[in-house]
Design a protein around this ligand. Structure first.
Ligand SMILES: Nc1ncnc2c1ncn2[C@@H]1O[C@H](COP(=O)(O)OP(=O)(O)O)[C@@H](O)[C@H]1O
Ligand SMILES: [Mg+2]
Length: 255
């Protein structure tokens, strides 16, 4: 019997910072299905990034329960948590590449850090395979991030996120600040990466609604530290919840 079909399970997760009375997360209940591409949407400041940081174990909940791939991460030591994070591939708004490393070195980095068992030739082979997967041509492998375009930087960041073959891919506002053409390119890359990697769970925070509806199979809308609605894009179109309707009808364009 499968222990869990959920990649991620949050139960009544509450979070206040520095022992304050104000709660940023006010009881988050959410199950992200294994193998799904789930978008987390909502206005700025509603706790989307804070939720992601809890999944990664970077923040500890004030109360509540967080399970990732069947593991209660609240029970892990710092060292176990560090290893556990290898199950995640993360891409933030900025690709956060190392400026003084080449494209190829950037992708090799997590492998050198975490896969001491591999020979350098194997590391290079895997890194090149990931770069190929995200559509970066080999003529760019030995360039520095500053010498390639923004789109290529995103591809490099994604290749690095894929290096350790993570079971969960996390994107936080991957297209915020990009022009429409690049936005579509990155969204398509997220979708094709998700499809190629069978069984991988992708969780994307976005305030780009149209992207969420186009590529996600499940959507969770957060508002003021709670999940307002979780469901398929269909569920969102058919909702009677006023705030969700407003969000869906207008789309949302703000920073
Ligand atoms: N490290 C922190 N310390 C204190 N407050 C924080 C911290 N990180 C986030 N917050 C607060 O939590 C709220 C939600 O933030 P965030 O999750 O980043 O919003 P968003 O939905 O836009 O991603 C904001 O009010 C933010 O100021
Ligand atoms: Mg955020």
């Amino acid at each position: 019997m499968m222990k869990s079909e959920a990649a991620v399970r949050l139960k009544d997760v509450k979070k206040s910072f520095d022992g304050g009375k104000e709660f940023v997360l006010k009881g988050i209940d959410l199950e992200v299905k294994k193998g799904s591409l789930t978008a987390i949407i909502g206005f700025s400041g509603t706790g989307k990034s804070v939720v992601l940081k809890h999944l990664l174990g970077l923040f500890k909940p004030t109360s509540g329960y967080i399970e990732v791939l069947g593991t209660d991460i609240g029970k892990l030591s710092e060292e176990e948590l560090t290893n556990f994070r290898c199950k995640f591939g993360v891409l933030f708004q900025s690709a956060a590449l190392f400026d003084d490393m080449t494209v190829l070195e950037n992708v090799c980095f997590p492998l050198i850090e975490h896969r001491r068992d591999l020979k350098m030739t194997q590391v290079l082979r895997i890194a090149e395979e990931k770069l190929q997967q995200v559509g970066l041509e080999s003529k760019h492998y030995h360039k520095l991030p500053s010498q390639i375009s923004g789109g290529m930087q995103k591809r490099t960041g994604l290749a690095r996120a894929l290096a350790l073959d993570p079971e969960i891919l996390i994107y936080d506002e991957p297209t915020t600040g990009l022009d429409p053409i690049l936005t579509e390119m990155v969204d398509n890359l997220i979708l094709s990466t998700h499809k190629i990697r069978e069984g991988t769970t992708s969780i994307m925070v976005s305030h780009d609604l149209s992207a969420a509806f186009r590529i996600a199979d499940h959507i969770a809308m957060l508002d003021s530290g709670r999940v307002l609605l979780y469901g398929t894009p269909e569920d969102f179109y058919n909702t009677e919840i006023e705030l969700v309707k407003k969000f869906v009808n207008k789309g949302i364009k703000h920073r």
